[in-house]
Ligand binder design. Structure first.
Ligand SMILES: [Zn+2]
Length: 271
C-alpha cells in the first residue's frame, strides 16, 4: 500500500483521522449532552468518533502528529480551556494547517468531481485544487516554502449579537467542525470550534487582508466576524441541508455536530 504523503510502499498504513482527534475529543469532553458526535450527512445519526482512513505510513503519521500535537497543546486548548486571548502564529501552526488542508483534499476532492463535470468554471478551479494538493504534499515532505498561498485566521468568541439574526449561529461558532472549498476565491475553509481559517491559493482575497498571518505575529480573540456574509451563508446552507433534519425538540441539547460539506459548492452561478 502506498503512503499518500511520501508515496512509498508499505505493508500496512496507519489509521489517520481526517478531522484531528484532539478536536473531537475536546468536543466530547466539554459536552453538556450525550457525549456523542453527530454525522454531518445525517445529523440524526450519532457517531462515536471522527472517521479514519488508511492514508499514511508510520513515519509520515508521526510527522503530522507532531504538528497536530503542537497546535492542540499550544493553540487550541489554551484558547478554549484556559481562555487565552491570543496565540502566536509560527511555522508549526502553519504546517498543522497545511496538513489539515492536505488531508481534507486527499480525502474529499474526488467528491467534487460531479459538480465540476457540469460546470466548466468549477472544473478549472477543481483542477487547481488538485495542483494545490500536490503542492501541499511536497511542502509537507520537503519543507520548502514560497508564497503560493496565504493563511488568514479569525478567532471568534461566542457573542450574543449573532444569535438573534440566524438560528444556530452560537452552536456553529463554538461547536461545529466544517471544512469545505470556496471555489469563488480558491480558498480552503476550515472551521474548528471558535477558530476560522481561510487558506487561499494564488491571488489574495482583499477582504481578508488584515487577517493575514505572519510568523511571530499574535492572533487575537475577537468578537466581530470580518466577513459575516461567509459565516451566514455557511450556517444557512448547513441549516437547510443538515441541521433542519434534527428534531426541534433536540435543538436545546445539541452540543456538537461534525458537518462536512462534500457535495455542494458555494458558487454564485449555481443559484
Ligand atoms: Zn509516508
Amino acid at each position: 500500500m502506498q503512503c499518500a504523503l511520501c508515496k512509498q510502499n508499505f505493508e500496512k498504513l496507519e489509521n489517520s483521522h481526517i478531522i484531528p482527534s484532539f478536536v473531537t475529543k475536546w468536543l466530547k469532553k466539554t459536552s453538556r449532552g450525550s457525549g456523542y458526535l453527530r454525522d454531518g450527512y445525517d445529523p440524526t445519526r450519532r457517531i462515536q468518533d471522527s472517521e479514519t482512513k488508511k492514508l499514511l505510513c508510520k513515519k509520515c503519521e508521526e510527522k503530522l502528529s507532531n504538528y497536530e500535537g503542537y497546535f492542540a497543546e499550544r493553540v487550541f486548548k489554551p484558547l478554549l480551556d484556559k481562555k487565552n486571548k491570543k496565540f502566536m502564529y509560527n511555522e508549526k501552526v502553519e504546517y498543522f494547517i497545511v496538513s489539515l488542508a492536505w488531508r481534507f483534499l486527499e480525502d474529499n476532492l474526488i467528491s467534487y468531481e460531479y459538480t465540476a463535470s457540469i460546470n466548466n468554471e468549477i472544473n478549472n478551479k477543481l483542477t487547481k485544487f488538485y495542483g494545490v494538493k500536490e503542492y501541499f504534499r511536497k511542502l509537507l515532505n520537503e519543507k520548502k516554502q514560497d508564497d503560493r498561498y496565504t493563511c488568514c485566521i479569525q478567532l471568534i468568541k461566542n457573542t450574543k449579537d449573532y444569535s438573534k439574526e440566524l438560528l444556530g449561529v452560537k452552536a456553529y461558532i463554538s461547536r461545529v467542525i466544517d471544512i469545505t472549498l470556496l471555489f469563488e476565491t480558491n480558498t480552503i475553509y476550515i472551521k474548528l470550534p471558535n477558530i476560522f481559517i481561510l487558506l487561499t491559493v494564488g491571488s489574495k482575497v482583499k477582504m481578508y487582508n488584515e487577517l493575514e498571518c505572519y510568523y511571530n505575529k499574535p492572533i487575537y480573540m475577537n468578537n466581530k466576524f470580518k466577513d459575516k456574509t461567509l459565516l451566514y451563508s455557511r450556517i444557512h446552507y448547513l441549516y437547510n441541508e443538515h441541521l433542519s433534519k434534527i428534531p426541534e425538540t433536540e435543538w436545546n441539547r445539541i452540543d456538537y455536530d461534525i458537518l462536512k460539506n462534500k457535495y455542494k459548492v458555494l458558487h454564485k452561478s449555481n443559484r
